[in-house]
Design a protein around this ligand. Sequence first.
Ligand SMILES: [Fe+2]
Length: 197
Amino acid sequence: MDRYVTGAVIRRLREGKKMTQEELAGKIHVSGKAVSKWETGQGFPDISLLELLSKTLDISVIELLSGEDVRNQNRSSDMAKGKFYVCPVCGNVIRTIGEAVISCCGITLPPVDPEPADSDHFIHTEIVEDEYYVTVNHPMHKEHYLSFLAAVSDQGIQFVKLYPEGNAEARFKINRVIKLYAYCNRHGLFQAKPVNR
Ligand SMILES: [Fe+2]
């Protein structure tokens, strides 16, 4: 984890549940003074208390640690509104349908904001039969390369992992694709609309 639960989060959640410090303390079997100390930054709840504390505050442990309540925000989302999360340590890539708190290698990952493809990451699409043939004229060596290409529709995602020394290319079924993405390990995430049929 990259940070521990903060007093401000405990206070906000407790007040949201209309609980006094004493009431919260009673439910998790600590003293009111202990809760007061956490909330004023003079101490932290022991890690053994996190599960009970999060249950009492009606939030998951990861939400408690991140300070964000992400429940119930994803009901109307579709694939096209999802986010990419890329772990800088292991290269893991996660695509969500809505907002989420994602942790990998002990780090809470922020969503990667895509930028319109610039000239160094121009996403070239060509239609070959019933597929998009996508290429990017970009270095593909260990220090600087594209690590994935993706095609997102409102219903799903097609994802192709790329590797150094490989080709920066992929084929995607055309069906309902709204956006194409290319991820550069140095310059981040780029997006482009596919060419029309
Ligand atoms: Fe790049």
